[in-house]
Design a protein around this ligand. Structure first.
Ligand SMILES: [Fe+2]
Ligand SMILES: [Fe+2]
Length: 194
């Protein structure tokens, strides 16, 4: 049986690839001092639907409660930090989405805000994923016993069987594939396949 964090780690790889694409898009917009809203909307959709609705919610609703049952506190320590960073990420994505129309219409302050929030978000999420992969998920893989591991696998399956989650996952992967193609980034393993 896979480690309890196997699926989440695979999703991290897809998210990291989209962050690489996003970094290129931001760099181009900074150089051109303008952006096209249509180019940035797929990123917003991916970060909201795949990264937040599917991935972060799997962590918040399934993995973290399982770790709490294993004795890890929710109010402080790594779970509290991860929850806080999910909130910070949501605020960045909201700010990016809000500033896009004005930035695309030529408002220099809105463009600066979109670029700034975008860079902050990339930095936050890369660090966040690194901490999860190297610290929290390592702990999870050690703490979660066989019974909880099976229960967790069923919980992920039941999360993914919800229609809107399934749609968000499929669309998120297809957005990630399109972005990797557009920006010349090698897709994550398994990302392009069935
Ligand atoms: Fe997370
Ligand atoms: Fe994560």
């Amino acid at each position: 049986m896979h480690h309890p964090t196997h699926a989440l780690r695979a999703e991290h790889q897809v998210i990291l690839k989209v962050l690489d694409c996003f970094e290129i898009a931001l760099r181009r917009a900074a150089a051109a001092q303008t952006l096209a809203e249509a180019e940035f909307l797929p990123f917003v959709e991916f970060f909201r639907e795949f990264a937040d609705r599917c991935h972060h919610c799997k962590e918040e609703d399934r993995l973290f409660p399982c770790l709490e049952r294993c004795g890890l506190p929710r109010e402080h320590g790594p779970i509290a930090v991860m929850l806080h960073e999910h909130q910070l990420g949501r605020a960045h994505v909201r700010a990016i989405a809000e500033s896009l129309p004005a930035a695309a219409a030529g408002d220099p302050a809105a463009l600066r805000r979109a670029l700034h929030e975008g860079r902050e978000f990339i930095h936050l999420l890369r660090e966040h994923i690194y901490k999860e992969n190297e610290v929290l998920f390592q702990m999870a893989d050690q703490m979660i016993g066989d019974a909880d591991r099976t229960a967790l696998a069923h919980e992920y399956e039941s999360a993914e069987s919800q229609r809107e989650v399934r749609i968000a996952l499929t669309q998120g992967r297809s957005i990630a594939d399109d972005l990797c193609r557009r920006y010349g980034i090698t897709p994550a393993p398994g990302q392009d396949g069935p």
